[in-house]
Design a protein around this ligand. Structure first.
Ligand code: ZN
Length: 266
């Protein structure tokens, strides 16, 4: 059990600039071949797991520019092994099992030495992460699911296969969700990664399926940064007894100003 010393909460509006889709993996409500995820009221869902996965891949992409490390140890979540070298994978595994048997201190030391900055922030098969992302809270949308036509492309010739068509559902552009990201006991590396990812998302990124066809473009607006320092008795009391977010957390001010020193490595 790790003691909570500090918690940071980032809230923002995520606005889709194009249509987007997070596939349901089955036929859609419109009888389309590829449905989108909708809740029981027929409203679109932007799952926290999808947001966290996208945030993680953004951090992996940016980590080298920040002088931080990213590995592909997280094959459990991605379904892709970090390394095609099976021998390497097995040696890491047996190495970890040995450390595990030597007790908690050895195990924690092994994790600290053998997992990258991104794994420490988001979690890996050997340790939970410090960052969590809630499901997006729907604020606005066009209240209609659109259906688009697709053609089946032959992988080798890169041309359309005659007569093979399908259709897929999308949620129209301009839908808006509220995001909430929480980070416990952040390190300087955590704040550099999260800050860089927020700058990237603020400028514009993409999420969901068919992004190569231009779907899923979004940007963030109204980014707000709140925090609590549990080692400060006044803040701790507010956090534990407050009944609203505003009463529990302190405003950490302008997010760009807050994260820039970590990105600069200061
Ligand atoms: Zn890693």
């Amino acid at each position: 059990m790790i003691q909570l010393k500090e918690k940071i909460r980032v809230t923002a509006s995520l606005v889709f600039d194009t249509a987007w889709r997070i596939g349901s993996g089955k036929e859609g409500e419109t009888m389309s071949d590829l449905g989108v995820v909708l809740d029981s009221n027929g409203n679109p869902v932007l799952p926290g797991s999808s947001l966290k996965g996208k945030l993680r891949s953004t951090c992996e992409t940016l980590s080298h520019a920040l002088g931080l490390s990213a590995c592909m140890l997280n094959h459990a979540a991605s379904g892709v092994s970090c390394t095609s070298d099976v021998n390497y994978y097995h040696s890491v595994r047996s190495n970890y099992q040995q450390a595990y048997q030597q007790g908690v201190q050895t195990r924690l030391k092994w994790i600290a030495n053998n997992t990258c900055d991104v794994c420490k922030l988001f979690g890996s098969p050997v340790q939970a992460g410090r960052l969590s992302v809630s499901d997006g809270v729907l604020r606005d949308w066009a209240s209609v699911v659109q259906v688009r036509d697709g053609v089946v492309i032959d992988r080798d010739s890169q041309t359309a296969v005659d007569g093979l068509k399908y259709d897929y559902e999308v949620i129209p552009s301009s839908s808006r969700f509220e995001l909430c990201i929480e980070l416990e006991n952040p390190t300087a590396s955590d704040l550099a990664l999260l800050g860089a990812a927020l700058f990237d998302w603020h400028a514009g990124s993409s999420i969901g399926g068919f992004t190569s066809r231009g779907l899923g473009r979004f940007h963030l607006e109204d980014i707000k940064l709140l925090g609590v320092d549990m080692e400060d008795s006044e803040q701790r009391l507010k956090f534990l007894t407050g009944t609203t977010t505003e009463a529990r957390f302190s405003d950490l001010g302008n997010w760009e100003g807050y994260f820039t020193p970590y990105i600069n490595g200061n």
